[in-house]
Design a protein around this ligand. Structure first.
Ligand SMILES: C[S@@+](CC[C@H](N)C(=O)[O-])C[C@H]1O[C@@H](n2cnc3c(N)ncnc32)[C@H](O)[C@@H]1O
Length: 226
């Protein structure tokens, strides 16, 4: 199925959230990082400003700044309304309420939009749809991240996940995936199969993190080369 703008719901997080979702230490921030399904997050922009190295991968990067801005405008109130209707699925300690959520998300997405044209020129934002093979050679990166893409979108299926994770492990020495719940805030039905698939050949760990917005969503999956 073609990747169409009308089927996307852009929603982006910021560097502070990425740091806590992935337990990123100062040493981690200095690593060569690739982030899959990075969408309109401000992670790349904020990291680049700190002279760190991040490449973001997402099929939404085929659209123009104006198209993405328009799509964000069309969908933002729908996402907020859905969150408002499911308040009990979320933890409102760090972000206090839906108004603050909207402010934080729009601020991250506007930061992304401001950086998008320059970042495309600098090849920091790459239009690419997983699980297709990327352009990068083996171990071009120390760390590959997936925030709110793999495992959360469990409907993509096990084969999609295995193919995508295998490609991530080809280009990076370690991958981190957050969260490990599905969209219903339940343990993802794919998690055990993914762990079983990799645990003989790789070091596979579930690690607690300092971020919890989806209720019980405070763990990440790490897969590392032995
Ligand atoms: C909920 S957003 C998360 C954005 C960002 N990582 C964050 O946490 O703020 C999920 C992203 O996954 C991307 N995505 C969906 N299918 C994909 C695919 N096949 N390959 C790469 N990215 C994909 C979407 O375009 C979207 O930007």
């Amino acid at each position: 199925m073609a990747f169409e703008l009308k089927n996307t719901v852009p929603w982006g997080r910021n560097l502070s959230e990425y740091k806590s979702m992935f337990n990123l230490s100062d040493a981690d921030l200095d690593k060569r990082i690739i982030s899959f399904g990075d969408g309109p997050a401000s992670f790349n922009k904020e990291m680049t400003k700190l002279n760190k190295s991040v490449i973001s991968i997402d099929p939404v990067y085929r659209f123009s700044t104006n198209e993405l801005k328009q799509r964000i405008d069309e969908t933002k109130d729908i996402v907020i309304e859905q969150t408002q209707n499911n308040l009990e699925n979320f933890v409102w300690t760090h972000i206090k309420n839906v108004e603050e959520l909207k402010k934080v998300r729009l601020s991250a997405m506007n930061d992304f939009l401001d950086d998008f044209e320059l970042g495309k020129k600098e090849k920091r934002y790459i239009n690419h749809e997983m699980p297709n093979a990327t352009q990068f050679s083996d171990f071009s990166f120390d760390l590959a991240l997936s925030s709110h893409f793999l495992i959360l979108y469990s409907q993509l299926g096990l084969a999609f996940h295995v193919d995508t994770i295998t490609e991530m492990l080809r280009v990076a020495k370690e991958i981190r995936i957050f969260p490990i719940l599905n969209l219903n805030a339940q343990k993802s039905e794919l998690l055990d199969d993914i762990i079983n698939h990799y645990q003989d050949s790789f070091i596979v760990k579930i690690v607690k993190v300092g971020y919890e917005f989806q209720k019980n969503g405070n763990e990440m999956l790490i897969i590392q080369r032995k």
